[in-house]
Design a protein around this ligand. Structure first.
Ligand code: ATP
Ligand code: MG
Length: 146
């Protein structure tokens, strides 16, 4: 974990996600999963959060220049923000379509590139927002009701 803040409202965790290192992809989402287990959050909810954060982590690692995942756990809600440093997405509606992928040959050889990550994140979360500025950044915001 790269930072941890706790106050009356809840807990905020922040993890840096690197780029292009396939050997460690998935480590951040499994750390998040571990924390949620320690907090005794419902297993079904943990599974949904774990899928969504894993897909987001992979996307940052294979499509972006790196970024971070921030998890805010408050009384009735888990909020997750994933922000990266570009290159951004030209057409987010197109990126959201099932099966759309620009994954590299290297990423495809490792089993990524089905074009299902973003649709899965939307399906698993209770609220999903994607925002991107082409050439600059991509930011996802998800909410899960506890
Ligand atoms: N953080 C990001 N930065 C830049 N482009 C992205 C990012 N996340 C997604 N994209 C673009 O959106 C497309 C669709 O993403 P999605 O996660 O649905 O599929 P995928 O990553 O290509 O394949 P899969 O997730 O099934 O392994 C990507 O191929 C890429 O073009
Ligand atoms: Mg993906």
């Amino acid at each position: 974990m790269n930072s941890f803040i706790t106050n009356n409202e809840g807990i905020v965790l922040k993890y840096i996600v690197g780029t292009d290192d396939f050997s460690i992809v998935g480590e951040v989402s499994s750390k998040i999963k571990k924390v949620l287990k320690q907090l005794n959050i419902d297993n079904k909810l943990i599974r949904r959060v774990a899928i969504a954060t894993y897909e987001a982590e992979v996307n940052v690692a294979i499509h972006s220049l790196g970024g971070y995942i921030e998890v805010e756990i408050i009384k009735n809600e888990i909020k997750i923000k994933i922000r990266d440093n570009g290159p951004g997405i030209k057409d987010t509606n197109l990126a959201m379509e099932k099966g759309y992928s620009t994954a590299s040959t290297k990423a495809r050889e490792l089993g990524f590139g089905a074009g299902m990550g973003l649709p899965n994140m939307k399906r698993c979360s209770d609220e999903f927002k994607i925002e991107s500025k082409f050439g600059e950044y991509t930011e996802l915001n998800m909410k899960f009701v506890v």
